[in-house]
Design a binder for this molecule. Structure first.
Ligand code: ATP
Ligand code: MG
Length: 568
């Protein structure tokens, strides 16, 4: 491709609204442009990378025996009613009515549509298993679209859905997909980790997420430094001992205007861990929708809200308002678990603990000597705390460390969560009708493009791995001399003829500008042709950001092919 004929609107300066490296560099290098909040154009350079990511995903999915299909972006809401998810999915589901008053939505995921299709066509166990996938744009009306392609409203996903006659076969496919994902992310050359995951609004039993490790990641993941255990903190479990305390009478002490856990601990001279932090929440969704519940964790821990939602059987939880706290018998800033009129959940590390400090449910007062068993008898004991660095692993006692991750894929063993309500049935070998069991497997294709840049960049720009680069070679012609142009053109033709993707920068620009752009766009190999070199019978070539070698213009194509072949 000749640079002057190609649409690459690079930016000289950093865009003001780009908070993370990938967003900044993809905008600056002319790969993407924002259309509106969370919605982007993929410009020709960006699309070339997107297509390469897709190709690798497609190749490995096909190798694993999955079949590609394409489903529509617009889905009828009836299907979501049938699966029981219409009310649950929340405002991320963009809904609208067409001219015939039919309610439709833009697909955020396709369990409903695929179950509808397979349910209508499936007859016999002989057709199973099957794994169908697509690579397609999804729409989720995210509350906070940000970081460019990382969290868009419209984004490209690979979503696969598998159907099985029994759970053992689903488990086999789940493992196959897990291994396939591992191969895919290895092919991208990414540092990543597979972690146990919460199943979220999709539901089902077993789930793993794949995270690209990056400080800019929105997810926090915990892993054991001694064994294989790794999980999203939404789900991670670990141990931390509670410092010992002794039994005592419940007594009230004045703590005027002192309410934060650290301040109370300092004021009463107790360890923060021995203070009970009591938080009131309103349940959203589920059987007890709207109920107020209390959740207690020790003062040095944070509550993991997703764990509370699971324990209470709700979809999500929201902080209770001042008047709801009062109605439950609490006083904002001084809430304790004793004597509340709502259900109380207590974190498992506090089970049986005595001599604790808690809010007194009166303004400017706390209690000491609190015993969970004696004073909060009705409490439900459950794991609620968020895993912290330095905790101990439940499996092996090793140290737990935390890192940040970008979720680029997730696999779910769904079981019959969708196939049952959507009636995906088949005839088993005995001639009986049975409900199929199901798995689903997503990869964030467009998010991956950002994740790769987060891991592969330097001060000058993007450092695309060879197999994802929009072009493998930047051919830079210095000056407009006739010899340089002629030699460049012949190198360009020869490399292109050999199947190498070359971006030939033949613009009337200063060499400095050309080098800057090539580095910004991140093309892995540079070939530099100038009149002065040619007078000495040489051109230069080398990896981006590395040392360049000299060779004759006739030898450079072979040398570049060798460099590319080495994978450097
Ligand atoms: P997240 O927790 O980041 O919101 P999710 O768990 O809701 O993601 P899934 O339903 O598991 O997402 O979708 C499969 C994949 O699609 C995710 O692993 C992620 O890589 C990608 N993805 C999800 N939401 C977005 C988004 N808003 N923008 C870009 N990619 C996304
Ligand atoms: Mg997910």
């Amino acid at each position: 491709m000749r640079y002057s004929k190609f649409f690459i609107p690079t930016l000289r300066d950093d865009p003001a609204d780009a908070e993370v490296v990938s967003h900044r560099l993809l905008l600056r290098a002319g790969f993407i442009r924002r259309v509106t909040s969370g919605v982007y154009d993929y410009l020709p350079m960006g699309l070339r990378v997107l297509r390469k990511i897709e190709a690798i995903v497609r190749e490995e999915m096909n190798r694993a025996g999955a079949q590609e299909l394409l489903m529509p972006m617009v889905q009828p809401c009836e299907l979501w009613e049938k699966s029981g998810r219409l009310g649950k999915y929340g405002p991320e589901l963009l809904r609208f009515e067409d001219r015939h008053d039919h309610e439709s939505c833009l697909g955020p995921t396709h369990e409903e549509v695929i179950c509808d299709l397979v349910g209508r066509e499936l007859r016999s166990y002989k057709q199973l298993p099957m794994n169908l996938y697509q690579i397609q744009a999804k729409f989720r009306d995210e509350i906070r679209p940000r970081f460019g392609l990382m969290r868009g409203r419209e984004f490209v996903m690979k979503d696969a859905y598998s159907f099985h006659a029994d759970d053992a076969d689903l488990e086999r496919e789940y493992r196959l997909m897990f291994d396939t994902y591992t191969t895919i992310f290895n092919r991208f050359g990414l540092k990543f980790r597979a972690v146990e995951a919460d199943t979220g609004s999709i539901g089902g039993s077993d789930s793993h997420e794949f995270h690209v490790l990056a400080d800019s990641g929105e997810d926090l993941i915990a892993h054991c430094e001694a064994c294989e255990y790794a999980a999203n903190v939404e789900k991670a479990v670990s141990e931390r001992e509670l410092p010992a305390g002794s039994p005592a009478e419940l007594a009230e002490v004045a703590t005027p205007s002192v309410s934060s856990a650290e301040d109370v601990a300092a004021f009463l001279k107790v360890e923060p861990a021995r203070l009970v932090k009591t938080l009131l929440y309103r349940l959203q969704g589920g059987e007890h929708d709207g109920d107020i519940v209390a959740a207690c964790v020790r003062g040095d821990d944070q509550l993991q809200e997703i764990k509370l939602a699971h324990a209470a059987g709700s979809d999500t939880v929201e902080m209770a308002a001042e008047e709801e706290i009062r109605a439950a018998g609490g006083v904002s800033g001084f809430v304790g678990p004793q004597g509340l009129s709502c259900r109380v959940y207590v974190d498992a590390t506090l089970e049986g603990a005595e001599g604790l400090v808690a809010g007194a449910n009166r303004a400017d007062a706390h209690v000491t000597g609190l015993s969970i068993a004696r004073d909060v008898g009705e409490a439900v004991i459950v794991d609620l705390r968020e895993t912290r660095a330095g905790d101990r692993c439940r499996r092996c006692g090793g140290g737990i460390a935390l890192s940040r991750g970008i979720e680029v894929g997730q696999v779910f063993a769904l079981g019959r969560r969708y196939t049952e309500p959507m009636e995906v049935m088949f005839q088993d070998p005995a001639g009986k009708r049975a409900v199929a069991t199901m798995g689903c497997y997503g990869i964030g294709v467009s998010r991956l493009m950002a994740a790769v840049v987060e891991q592969c960049h330097d001060d000058a720009g993007i450092r695309w791995p060879l197999n994802l680069a929009p072009f493998q070679v930047a051919l830079i012609t210095m000056g407009q001399g006739e010899a340089a142009m002629r030699a460049s053109e012949s190198i360009y033709r020869e490399l292109s003829g050999a199947g190498v993707e070359v971006l030939w920068d033949e613009r009337r620009e200063r060499p400095g500008v050309k080098f800057k752009d090539a580095e910004l766009m991140g093309l892995p190999v540079q070939v530099v042709v100038g009149d002065r070199g040619l007078e000495r019978g040489v051109v230069e070539y080398g990896p981006r950001g590395g040392d360049r070698s000299e060779t004759g213009p006739d030898a450079v194509v072979g040398a570049v092919m060798e460099l590319i072949g080495s994978g450097f």
